[in-house]
Design a binder for this molecule. Structure first.
Ligand SMILES: N[C@@H](CCC(=O)N[C@@H](CS)C(=O)NCC(=O)O)C(=O)O
Length: 204
């Protein structure tokens, strides 16, 4: 039987999205909590051995480590034929959504969330304004990408939805408002039976 281990932390949207993909696809696995706020050198040696950058998430499948959350999602979808990976169209849709998220939402919401955690100490107001401007564009484009469908992949969530969920789940913690369509999509994502809280995905 395939042995799958996911290293992550509840504060990492990148790790949460991989945990959500495994949960949605009902892929048996074990999770390992890694304290990302501790000094890297103090992190578990089995984790440091498989994480080339010392970051979470890392997914290890039968001893082979995969890193970078988007690449891990593609690996899961294509290898197990799930979350859009069952078809060429679903895979193509997921890849496009993944690249969009990584270049856009993944380049404003994580940073804005951290700025709020830091109470803006050390953050240049001009940088915050720039990130907020990026989010405004991304929120409008989210509506375009969702269209009238319940999920970004259509009738059921795919790995593109999971990618976007990673940090949109904390849109308000990042000090931003979701669009109406985004809120409705978030409600549908939260209602999925496979959904868990970050702390449930990665108990300390
Ligand atoms: N681009 C990477 C981002 C990974 C990342 O930034 N991980 C953070 C948590 S969200 C981390 O491990 N931080 C701890 C550290 O860098 O020491 C991905 O998509 O997986």
């Amino acid at each position: 039987m395939t042995e799958i281990v996911l290293y992550g932390h509840p504060d990492s949207g990148h790790a949460c999205k991989v945990a959500l993909a495994l949960s949605l696809a009902e892929i048996p696995h074990r999770t390992v909590f890694v304290d990302i706020w501790a000094e890297r050198a103090t992190r578990p040696t089995d984790f440091l051995a498989v994480s080339p950058l010392g970051e979470v998430p890392v997914l290890v499948i039968d001893g082979t480590p995969y890193f970078q959350s988007g690449a891990i999602l593609m690996q899961i979808a294509e290898r197990f034929g799930v979350l859009g990976g069952e078809s060429a169209e679903g895979t193509a849709r997921g890849r496009s959504l993944l690249m969009w998220e990584a270049n856009r939402i993944g380049m404003c919401l994580p940073q804005l969330k951290q700025a709020h955690v830091d109470q803006f100490v050390g953050w240049d107001p001009a940088v915050i304004k720039w990130l907020e401007g990026r989010y405004a564009v991304d929120a409008a484009n989210f509506d375009v990408l969702l269209g009238d469908a319940p999920f970004l992949h259509g009738d059921a969530p795919g790995f593109g939805d999971v990618q976007v969920w990673g940090y949109v789940q904390w849109v308000r913690e990042a000090g931003q408002e979701p669009t109406e369509k985004m809120q409705a999509w978030m409600d549908r994502m939260l209602a999925l039976p496979a959904m868990r809280t970050p702390a449930e995905f990665f108990p300390a």
